[in-house]
Design a protein around this ligand. Structure first.
Ligand code: PMP
Ligand code: GLN
Length: 376
């Protein structure tokens, strides 16, 4: 049959995790934690099994959970959200992103995507018959906002940003946000999709959520994921924040894509979320990042700065001339540590000889991995 996505293969995360399993390598590729979740959350989940938690919840999500999310948004970003009209619980950030794009982008529209970009954006745009317009970041993972502006025209329907950024760990400065606002002011029809799944994982720099930006949040779809915040990537639960006039449209797609998302996770998180201090997460990951960084000092990898997410990238030019995909496979099969090549996040496959490590792992795993990496 004629493929609707002829250029799409199996995601690099699946490929590298599979390879890691096949050759029994330490898996620092696909982003997921390998440590236990909070016992409080385990207990809540265990207690739910014998309750009446097994049936459909309301289409837009369990109200106590939506309300708890609204409270966190108020607490962290000072934004008052009407949870009944402006919050949708999704099956992970992936479904939130896909649903928003299906609902809001039309055939023939253009969507500006900043590369390296997370891999689910462009296919979702292509599937509606719209065109992703890819702009590469500069060296040093900076965005040249003049290039973003130059990519906009009357066909542009959406701009997608990701902050803190996967795979680079880049975070927007206030000057980035101001440049973004200035561009959006010139294009009042353009929507902003802000992927903030790592909103609670950042180091040294302050995180600026679009939730805190009065001017642009009225046309923004903000995406988050409980997977990242509570070490529960397999639960596939996240949320989307958007003004009522956008959520009305998003809801139409959501109800026929999934109707509602799984009950257990929502009930558990409704109880757990209000009891948690989300400010602790950054310190938790800072320790892991510091541990990994210190251990990598004795390696030939040149670690690049990461200010957010649980990823850090590294240049491997001192080790090999291989392209980054071949190098990642070699590292996995020959040296026992799986990583993610970063060229796959670039539509033009630009290869900077940079790979991504996930440090959301136990110290024991990080120690074993860095021991191997330092021998190369
Ligand atoms: N966006 C980014 C930037 C991500 O890194 C991820 C997952 N790693 C997602 C979206 C998808 O999140 P989820 O697993 O909640 O669907
Ligand atoms: N977002 C995770 C990562 O960047 C992977 C999620 C997935 O495998 N779809 O590694």
């Amino acid at each position: 049959i004629e493929s609707k996505l002829p250029n799409v293969g199996t995601t690099i995360f699946t490929q590298m995790s599979q390879l890691a399993n096949e050759v029994n390598a330490i898996n620092l590729s696909q982003g997921f934690p390998n440590f236990k979740i909070d016992t409080k959350l385990e207990d809540i989940m265990a207690n739910l099994v014998r309750t009446n938690a097994h049936q459909y919840l309301p289409m837009m999500g369990y109200n106590p959970l939506r309300s708890a999310v609204a409270d966190k948004i108020q607490l962290h970003y000072g934004r008052k959200v009407d949870f009944e009209k402006e919050i949708l619980i999704t099956a992970g950030a992936t479904q939130g992103i896909f649903t928003a794009i299906q609902a809001l982008v039309h055939r023939g529209d253009e969507v500006v995507v900043i590369d390296p970009s997370y891999d689910c954006y462009a296919p979702a745009v292509e599937l509606v018959g719209a065109k992703p317009v890819h702009i590469n970041m500069e060296k040093g993972f900076r965005i040249d906002w003049n290039k973003i502006e130059a990519a906009m025209n009357e066909k542009t329907r959406m701009l997608i940003i990701n902050n803190p950024h996967n795979p680079t760990g880049m975070m927007f400065d206030l000057s980035d946000i101001e440049a973004l606002e200035a561009i959006l002011e010139k294009y009042p029809e353009v929507l902003l999709l802000s992927d903030e799944v790592y909103e609670f994982i950042h180091f040294e720099k302050e995180f600026i959520s679009i939730n805190s930006r009065e001017k642009i949040r009225e046309r923004a779809i903000i995406i988050s994921s409980f997977g990242k915040t509570f070490h529960i990537t397999g639960w596939k639960l996240g949320y989307l924040v958007a003004p009522d006039y956008l959520l009305q449209e998003i809801k139409k797609v959501h109800q026929y894509l999934v109707f509602c998302v799984n009950s257990f996770g929502q009930l558990a998180l409704a109880e757990y979320l209000p009891q948690t201090d989300l400010n602790e997460l950054s310190a938790f990951y800072q320790q892991k990042k510091d541990f990994f960084t210190a251990a990598m000092k004795n390696s030939k990898f040149e670690l690049l700065p990461s200010y957010g997410s649980y990823f850090v990238t590294a240049n491997y030019s001192a080790i090999s001339d291989l392209d980054d995909v071949s190098f990642s496979k070699w590292l996995t099969t020959e040296k026992g540590v799986a990583v993610i090549p970063t060229s796959v996040f670039n539509a033009n496959k630009r290869d900077d000889k940079v790979v991504r490590f996930c440090f959301a792992k136990t110290e024991e795993t990080l120690q074993q991995a860095t021991d191997l990496l330092c021998k190369i």
